[in-house]
Design a protein around this ligand. Structure first.
Ligand code: AHR
Length: 499
């Protein structure tokens, strides 16, 4: 049994609120028929679903990345502003986008949520100037045609968008307008130069992968002009086959969650940029999105072969305690790296693999939503030193490829608050069927504790319309006593608040 020792005075870093960020893309029912659902009785005068807004406000969405994702790499923002919208064929997802939801509707959404906008630009078919024109439209008072167009469109005050990403995954052969490392560095350099000339106060990110060549070239050319680099990762590969990994296989994915960050940290250090550039892990999810025959060389011809299967992302039974436990382990790892990782965006927030699912009569708060609810309301904003005395329990699991792997059964993180006393421990028991016992820090003896838990009756529990198996609940409270073990339920995510 582990004994936890917390050094409250040894702070490892302050967790930026943007670690709980979200992402929404023009894909399937995230925007149209999702958050933007004019005509639905649950929508407001701007066509935005009030129940979706309320669910997003409850978890305090701090930043919302938009409009893609692969979608953005052939998106032209000028088609989607003003009184006349130009429907466009979305070459990424091979559907028509009516462009009735564009920049101004997105900004309105962010204002209603009280969150920061974070716009990803088209570095696929778009030139640097299209990006800087977009920044003119959003951030200039009234200089130039684009700021004047925003005013004419009914927005006299600038939108003041602080966070911008140059490109999406232009390193990938699946991306419209994929680039070589050399091409990428040059485009990012010109785009960053022009955007900073329009508004030097913006913070710029660029798509990156922890590949030495790609990252080195990008940072050698643009390191002095970038404020962030973007990382993406999905673990359960479901793009072509919708065969979700089972609970044990998902636990195998929790090994080495910080590997990308570790590699980038080394590259930044080598280039002397570790104090200047931060990481935006601006797409992450245990499960990749299911959209067969668009990312592969073999394209679907009949819509039944490539459009219809996208509805399989909506199957709520996919999102079990495996998703919740994995997401908690990922967020814990990003907390451990909060000196470098200052933003993370769950991909996506709504529908597809989102933490929220909407249907015409309401919303379903899936298992990962409950983890955001738990962490946002009960975990501290300062990561402090934690060490565990004793042998960490390990557990053998079968990976999705059939091989065996061993993972730690517990994932532990200690936090405090910058404005009050006390600590909050995140304690995840990954084990499918065995409870785990821990001993709280003997130094906490005599202090009151409360445990908040996300769990369901089984590892395969899930939430659906008319079915709530997983929620946040107060599962224990009392006074810390030396030698008295605390029991963590199987497949559970817990936050232990100690006064
Ligand atoms: O599957 C969705 C896609 O995943 C996003 O559009 C892209 O950014 C990532 O490759």
């Amino acid at each position: 049994m582990l004994t936890l020792h917390v050094n409250r005075k040894r702070e490892l870093g302050k967790r930026d609120p943007m670690l709980y960020g979200q992402f929404i893309e023009h894909f399937h029912r995230q925007i149209y028929g999702g958050v933007y659902d004019p005509g639905n009785p649950l929508s407001d005068a701007d066509g935005l679903r009030t129940d979706v807004l309320e669910a997003m406000r409850r978890i305090g969405v701090p930043v919302l990345r938009w409009p893609g994702g692969c979608f953005v790499s052939s998106y032209h923002w000028k088609d989607a502003v003003g009184p006349v919208r130009k429907p466009a064929f979305d070459k990424a997802w091979r559907v028509e986008d009516p462009n009735t939801f564009g920049t101004d509707e997105y900004i309105r959404l962010c204002r209603k949520l009280g969150c920061e906008p974070y716009i990803c630009t088209n570095a696929g078919t778009g030139a640097a100037e299209e990006m800087s024109d977009w920044l003119e439209y959003c951030n200039l008072e009234n200089e130039g045609q684009y700021a004047k167009a925003r005013i004419a469109n009914g927005f006299p005050a600038p939108h003041r968008v602080k966070y911008w990403s140059i490109g999406n995954e232009n390193y990938g052969p699946w991306e419209i307008g994929a680039k070589t490392a050399e091409e990428w560095g040059r485009l990012v350099l010109e785009a960053a130069k022009m955007m900073k000339h329009v508004d030097p106060t913006v913070e710029l990110s660029a798509a990156a992968v922890p590949d030495l060549d790609w990252m080195f070239r990008l940072l050698q050319l643009c390191g002095s002009r970038l404020d962030w680099i973007s990382l993406h990762q999905y673990w359960d590969a479901l793009t072509e086959q919708d065969n979700p990994a089972d609970y044990e296989a998902c636990m195998a994915f929790t090994a080495n969650l910080g590997s990308q960050v570790d590699r980038v940290r080394g590259i930044l250090k080598a280039l002397g940029l570790e104090r200047r550039i931060r990481i935006a892990f601006d797409e992450w999810n245990l499960r990749s999105w299911h959209h067969p025959k668009v990312h592969s060389q073999e394209l679907g011809v009949e819509k039944e072969s490539y459009l219809a299967p996208r509805d399989l992302n909506d199957r709520n039974s996919t999102y079990t305690m495996a998703d919740a436990v994995f997401s908690a382990c990922f967020l814990n790892e990003m907390h451990r790296n909060c000196d470098l990782v200052k933003m993370a965006n769950f991909a996506p927030v709504l529908n597809t693999r989102g933490c929220i699912y909407s249907w015409e009569g309401g919303v379903v708060l899936r298992s990962t939503y409950q983890v955001f609810d738990l962490y946002v309301h009960h975990l501290g904003d300062t990561v402090v030193d934690l060490w565990a005395e004793g042998e960490a329990p390990r557990w053998q699991v079968r990976r999705k490829d059939g091989d065996l792997a061993e993972v730690e059964a517990l994932d532990l993180l200690a936090t405090g608050w910058s404005n009050r006393e006390g600590i909050a421990l995140a304690a995840v028991n990954k084990h499918a069927d065995q409870p785990q016992e821990i001993l709280l820090d003997p130094a906490s003896a005599g202090r009151a504790f409360t445990v908040f838990t996300v769990n369901g009756p089984s590892k395969d529990s899930y939430n659906d319309v008319g079915r709530t198996e997983i929620s946040v609940r107060k599962s224990a409270e009392g006074v810390c006593r030396a030698g008295e073990a605390l029991v963590l339920e199987p497949h559970s995510v817990n936050v232990i608040e100690i006064a």
